[in-house]
Design a protein around this ligand. Structure first.
Ligand code: GLC
Length: 632
């Protein structure tokens, strides 16, 4: 009973919340102005994350490298990629596979040399692919010169990190607070040299930098300037919410974080509510100050926008602040992780609709949306939401407004690879134990890229690669998929090229609706341009939907422009808008054959305050999720 109420509520919310979202980054023009006049390169960009260790190994050591990336930039070009962000390539003892940086302006020998990096930049420029680097501000490696000098108490570096003598409890020295590391165990480590504790929100080889010290801020600004001068187009900022933590009080004491009921492992990150160690208000201004560094560089050196992409899984109200405020600009693209954090394999079309609408509703006017399906920290999208939903999800993120972000291999439908405890290398898992490591390991999504059905999937010719190769590499690989007309790869390419040529997909207004429990539809429309409709059948039944019931301004027929591997219609077919048929897990991109005016209204369809919709939405999602479990 409760479950049915939830289902109905969800339907009501998804439908009543269905609004038209104006295009935020472009003006509507009556004349035929070119897209480039109004949209910047990143606003409709296809972003692609390369995890360098696993992309392509050029020297046979079993680990990917810069030359491997350079030689495969034409692959990215062929896909239609605008910009690629590289996970860290800097000198590092690799305790967290490069997210523990020993020198922020040096290339790690395992990835190559500075000359290799410069060659990569030249090649990328020739191909017009922009390079974005990973900027890891929260911490360095304990092998960083700054940390060694800080530990030695050198005046200049003394306060570069967060140090504290600890607190005395019953005559015994204890860590300054109960804070726990994201990667298990205490977040404070005793340093025998300096005879103080240092803070590390991640592994103990990743000491947290102290952003209350202006010298640290300047040193990190110089890191940005260094790479900007090398020609990069921007940065993905790592672990943003962790950069500041609450400082000590007047008595120089840190406050304990409160317990989280339900988690009884005192070493587990979930044991505490992180009210003092994440999302501190100063962090937002710090991101604005990095944006100012980029803008200053652009003013002085010219060229196109340099951008920031911010990694934060914070509550959406906080994420939105990273875009900027009335007076300061922030990250052009705070990552939208909602498709990762809010959807499960069981989610229905209403849940998809609400997830997409949530970002568009919260996003401040004038900002650009983005859609992330995966990254090196999360199970692969095919494993999370279904390997039979890969095409529909790619259709969704490339036909929604704004930028799409693809993690390497997800254009092929690569899925998580099971890794034994013996082969596990991720510190997040290694810090636990063989019975629970799988919950924490990020190795399954980091296995080598599958290029072909040759040895090591064409990734390397080493006898052992740093992580095992996925067992499906004979089928799921670039070479094979290039030859298969309706492979995930070919569908992905078609989608990127469609967005590149379509003014509507780049600049149009958007409507997102669940047509029933199974079918999600996205309408894109722009004055004097063709209208697009993307339809996804999320479940396993055959569905026939009448688009006329849900959308205004639709012609009697639409033309099929992209099909999934499951479709029985063909590209170029005309389909009747009052009876679109979809096969199980099928998806289609449809387009009007002529251009016509599509007016739109911006918002104004929400009679209740948004917090009420969201609260009800959460209850509804929970109840309908229970219903789905019961139905299955
Ligand atoms: C970010 C990175 C992750 C890394 C952590 C610490 O979340 O994406 O891979 O382990 O920060 O730097």
């Amino acid at each position: 009973m409760l479950a049915s109420v939830g289902f109905l509520l969800l339907n009501f919310l998804a439908l009543s919340a269905a609004s038209t979202y104006p295009n935020y980054h472009a003006e509507f023009h009556d004349d035929d102005e070119e897209i480039s006049d109004s949209a910047k390169w990143w606003q409709t960009g296809a972003f692609y994350q390369i995890y360098p260790r696993s992309f392509k190994d050029s020297n046979g050591d079993g680990v990917g490298d810069l030359n491997g990336i350079s030689s495969n930039l034409p692959y990215l070009k062929d896909l239609g990629i605008t910009a690629t962000w590289l996970s860290p390539i800097f000198t590092s003892p690799m305790a967290d596979f490069g997210y523990d940086i020993a020198n922020f302006t040096e290339i790690a020998p395992i990835f190559g040399t500075m000359a290799d990096f410069e060659a990569l930049m030249v090649k990328a420029k020739e191909l017009d692919i922009k390079i974005i680097l990973d900027f890891v501000p929260n911490h360095s490696s304990d092998e960083c010169d700054w940390f060694k000098r800080s530990a030695a108490g050198e005046e200049e570096y003394k306060d570069f990190y967060v140090w504290h003598p600890g607190r005395m409890v019953d005559g015994k020295r204890q860590p300054p607070s109960n804070w726990i590391s994201v990667f298990h165990g205490p977040a404070w480590e005793w340093h025998p040299g300096r005879k103080e504790y240092y803070l590390h929100q991640f592994v103990k080889k990743q000491p947290d930098l102290n952003y209350r010290n202006p010298k640290v801020r300047e040193a990190m600004n110089n890191v940005l300037r260094f790479w900007l001068a090398k020609g990069v187009s921007g940065f993905r900022i790592d672990a943003v919410p962790h950069v500041f933590e609450l400082g000590p009080n007047a008595q120089n004491e840190y406050r304990d974080e409160p317990r989280n009921d339900g988690d009884n492992d005192p070493n587990d990150y979930g044991y505490l509510q992180h009210i003092y160690t994440v999302d501190q208000p100063e962090t937002i201004d710090l991101v604005y100050s990095w944006r100012a560094v980029l803008d200053e560089f652009q003013r002085e050196n010219g060229g196109e926008d340099r951008i920031l992409m911010a990694e934060t899984y914070s509550p959406i109200e906080i994420v939105m602040k990273y875009y900027g405020n009335g007076t300061a600009e922030g990250a052009q693209l705070p990552f939208n992780f909602l498709l990762i954090s809010e959807l499960t394999n069981a989610s229905n079309a209403q849940a998809y609709a609400m997830t997409v609408q949530k970002w568009l509703q919260y996003m401040p006017a004038g900002r650009t949306a983005n859609w992330v399906l995966g990254n090196h920290d999360k199970p692969r999208v095919g494993s999370r939401l279904g390997s039979d939903r890969v095409d529909m999800l790619n259709m969704l993120i490339t036909t929604l407004p704004g930028a799409s972000v693809t993690y390497q291999g997800e254009e092929l439908g690569m899925t998580d690879v099971w890794i034994s405890w013996k082969d596990t290398v991720d510190p997040s898992a290694c810090n636990t134990n063989p019975s629970i490591y799988e919950q924490f390991s990020r190795d399954p999504e980091r296995t080598p890229f599958q290029w072909s059905n040759a040895k090591d999937a064409g990734f390397s010719n080493a006898n052992k690669t740093w992580l095992p190769i996925g067992p499906d590499y004979q089928v799921v690989n670039v070479e094979q998929e290039n030859q298969t007309p309706l492979s995930h790869l070919n569908i992905y390419k078609k989608l990127l090229s469609l967005r590149k040529e379509s003014k509507t997909l780049q600049q149009g207004a958007t409507e997102v609706k669940a047509l029933n429990g199974a079918v999600l539809a996205v309408k894109r429309m722009l004055q004097n341009e063709q209208t697009y409709i993307t339809v996804l059948n999320i479940y396993d039944g055959v569905e026939t939907v009448n688009l006329q019931q849900f959308f205004n301004d639709l012609p009697q027929e639409l033309q099929v422009v992209v099909i999934s591997g499951r479709s029985i219609v063909k590209e170029g077919d005309l389909v009747k808008t009052d009876s679109i048929q979809l096969q199980p897990k099928d998806s289609l991109v449809l387009r009007s054959t002529s251009t016509f005016y599509s007016g739109y209204s911006s918002g104004g369809q929400f009679p209740l305050p948004w917090s009420i919709y969201l609260g009800l939405g959460q209850v509804a999602l929970y109840l309908s999720y229970r219903q789905i479990l019961t139905l299955n």
